[in-house]
Design a protein. Structure first.
Length: 165
């Protein structure tokens, strides 16, 4: 897998986020739409994809899912699906802007960790450096192994950020 430097992908990812967020806001005016993932973190390397987190209240989750599906998305296969989380990707397309995923999240749920992890990275360049190093080490592994390494890193960073009792 080829990892891109921030200069190679972040400007295009930001422009794509703005366009996608505008389309989502038109049908989900009460949603919080956040740019998350590596493309939202200065200095982070990436495969070049984009992650968009859409946060809605519990009562609006089902309708929001329907609205996003109507915009041309589908539930991403082989990913976690819960009452408070749906991972969505565009239906078939070859446009660069379509290399993105939407995480539909219930407000206040544990799945807001997408924002927590993003903010931890944005506030700690040392963690970004460690994240980049982990990605470089895992880049030649299988996609499953790469995702597993990333998940373990994210879990460790989130656990370390929680106040001890």
């Amino acid at each position: 897998m080829r990892l891109l430097s921030p200069e190679e992908y972040q400007p295009a990812a930001e422009a794509a986020f703005e366009a996608i967020a505008s389309r989502l806001a038109a049908v989900l005016p009460r949603a919080r739409i956040e740019h998350v993932g590596a493309s939202s973190v200065p200095g982070a390397i990436s495969k070049g994809d984009l992650d968009v987190c859409v946060i809605v209240e519990r009562a609006e989750f089902s309708a929001a899912l329907d609205q996003i599906l109507a915009l041309g998305y589908r539930v991403k296969p082989d990913t976690l699906r819960a009452d408070q989380l749906a991972m969505l990707i565009p239906r078939l397309s070859s446009k660069r802007e379509d290399d993105h995923a939407i995480q539909l999240v219930e407000a206040g749920s544990k799945f807001e960790f997408f924002l927590t992890f993003r903010d931890l990275l944005r506030n700690d360049p040392g963690t970004v450096s460690r994240y980049n190093a982990m990605k470089r080490r895992a880049a030649n592994q299988t996609p499953t192994e790469y995702r597993s390494a990333k998940s373990a890193f994210i879990a460790a960073v989130l656990a370390a950020s929680r106040p001890s009792v």
